[in-house]
Design a protein around this ligand. Structure first.
Ligand SMILES: Nc1ncnc2c1ncn2[C@@H]1O[C@H](COP(=O)(O)OP(=O)(O)OP(=O)(O)O)[C@@H](O)[C@H]1O
Ligand SMILES: [Mg+2]
Length: 457
């Protein structure tokens, strides 16, 4: 899949930007603060409705403006018809998301249309920070390669939420006239003046808590069953990914032999049902579930020591690149679909050799790529007919001078120019057709004004 057209209004410092990217490599150049990362961030937001730079979406809205809008026309793999994706995020209130003019209410439906892999300066967090990011890494792959995963994952999320809220309901309130400490490790629940163990309460069919314990056993069973199914899928995915991963890691980091292992979220060989029952008191104290596939982690080790703790910063960056590239390759291999690679600040990230490996691999996979960089002096892929360069200055696209090159070979109009110094067709179009740009902008704003029923995301 690839983005054919992109419209951004009032996002960060980008008041109005219209791009017609090519299906290959799109280089976004410009000085510091010109808005390069903001374009990458806007595409990422269209895929996931969240930023990789901030969790406060208000920071994304151009100062002084009521909302930002993003619009993309996407050519999906294997489809003749384009998909239009529009998103309006007001300063207050819910976002409005539309797919082909139909409002959608669930985030997961958005990620089915634009799938991105992002590589940015904070990318090493994947290896050094919380397990949540590594779980998301694995789940990205499973989600896009296994059609059953989405449903299982949605069911699990719902089930876990139910169990956690029940756990909180089952936690007895302290009675002012009672000296017992219910938050201690004693397995207690209060009935009148008597202390009753949870096991007793369970034996009474949960009547103490209005049948809550009976209900809990239902959620326990569902948590365990879904955890096992999800883990099975994650393991199968990881096994396939390892094959490609080892090969790419071998190119980026030839001196390392890394091991990738899934920690499933509870002790291997233990029955999760048993573990949930055994840890009920702990879970009640915490108000959430300690064991299950939501606690999984991807352990990456070099000589049995965590890679995150031993590799240099540069090596960690290369490892993240290798991992993200491997996912795109496997996606292609298993589904014949491509994704969009967003690479922020390429030169600051990788040395020349690593940049070459990266670009060659991306060329092979035929993914659409957006690369931001301060300079235009980049290692362009050898097939330069699949490159476009966009230059930004203070939030605006800089129109390139038309390319003279009278004896240049004819090129596909949708994939010009072919060198960093040549003009970008879309930039030219925007510069030479201001009326069209104005109309498009008005349309984008009108779309925003028409947003009446906010979507719950
Ligand atoms: N909500 C906002 N409204 C207006 N401007 C903003 C907002 N948020 C950020 N900016 C500005 O947007 C500009 C572009 O930021 P961005 O990070 O995209 O630049 P960049 O081209 O990637 O720079 P660098 O080369 O330093 O990475 C910055 O000048 C920043 O101060
Ligand atoms: Mg930047």
């Amino acid at each position: 899949m690839y983005i054919k057209r992109l419209l951004i209004t009032d996002f960060r410092n980008l008041e109005y930007v219209e791009l017609e990217p090519c299906s290959g490599f799109n280089f976004i150049c410009g000085p510091n603060g010109s808005g390069k990362t903001s374009i990458i961030e806007a595409i990422h937001y269209l895929s996931l409705a969240r930023s990789f730079r901030t969790s406060t979406y208000q920071y994304l809205i151009k100062q002084g403006q009521p909302h930002f809008t993003l619009f993309a026309q996407v050519q999906e793999d294997g489809s003749e018809v384009d998909t239009s994706i529009g998103l309006l995020r007001p300063r207050n209130g819910e976002p409005l998301i539309k797919i082909n003019s139909d409002p959608i209410t669930r985030m997961v439906d958005l990620i089915d249309h634009i799938y991105v892999q992002i590589i940015h300066p904070q990318g090493v967090d994947l290896l050094t920070k919380s397990a949540e990011m590594r779980r998301a890494f694995i789940d990205w792959g499973v989600y896009y390669t296994d059609p059953e995963f989405k449903q299982l994952w949605l069911q699990y999320r719902k089930t876990l939420k139910q169990r956690n809220s029940l756990l909180r309901r089952l936690t007895p309130k302290r009675r002012p006239d009672c000296a017992s400490d219910y938050s201690s490790s004693a397995l207690t629940a209060l009935q009148g003046d008597a202390l009753l163990t949870l096991h007793d309460a369970w034996a009474q069919g949960g009547s103490v808590f209005g049948g809550g314990f009976t209900e809990l056993s239902v959620w326990d069973e569902a948590v365990a069953r879904l955890s096992e199914q999800i883990t099975h899928k994650r393991l199968a995915y990881l096994e396939r990914l390892q094959v490609i991963l080892q090969e790419i890691v071998g190119q980026f980091l030839p001196d390392f032999r890394l091991k990738f292992e899934l920690n499933q979220g509870w002790d291997k060989g233990q029955d999760l049902r048993h573990l949930l029952a055994q840890n009920l008191e702990k879970d009640r104290g915490l108000g959430y579930t300690l064991y299950g596939c939501h606690r999984a982690d991807l352990k990456i080790k070099n000589n049995n020591i965590s890679a995150g703790a031993t590799l240099s910063r540069g090596q960690l960056k290369m490892l993240v690149y290798a991992m993200r590239l491997a996912q795109g390759m496997l996606l292609r291999q298993l589904t014949n679909r491509t994704c969009i690679y967003l690479i922020d600040d390429l030169n600051s990230e990788l040395d020349e050799r690593a940049q070459r490996i990266l670009l060659d691999t991306l060329v092979q996979c035929e993914h659409q790529v957006f690369i931001s960089n301060i300079q235009q002096e980049l290692h362009f892929p050898s097939d330069q007919s699949k490159c476009k360069v966009f230059t930004l200055d203070r939030g605006k696209l800089v129109p390139h001078a038309p390319a003279p090159a009278p004896d240049a070979p004819a090129q596909d109009a949708s994939a010009t120019p072919n060198a960093p110094t040549a003009p970008a067709a879309s930039v030219e179009a925007a510069a030479s057709a201001p009326e069209e740009a104005t109309v498009a902008r008005a349309a984008a704003r009108a779309e925003g004004a028409a947003a009446q029923e906010p979507a719950a995301v």
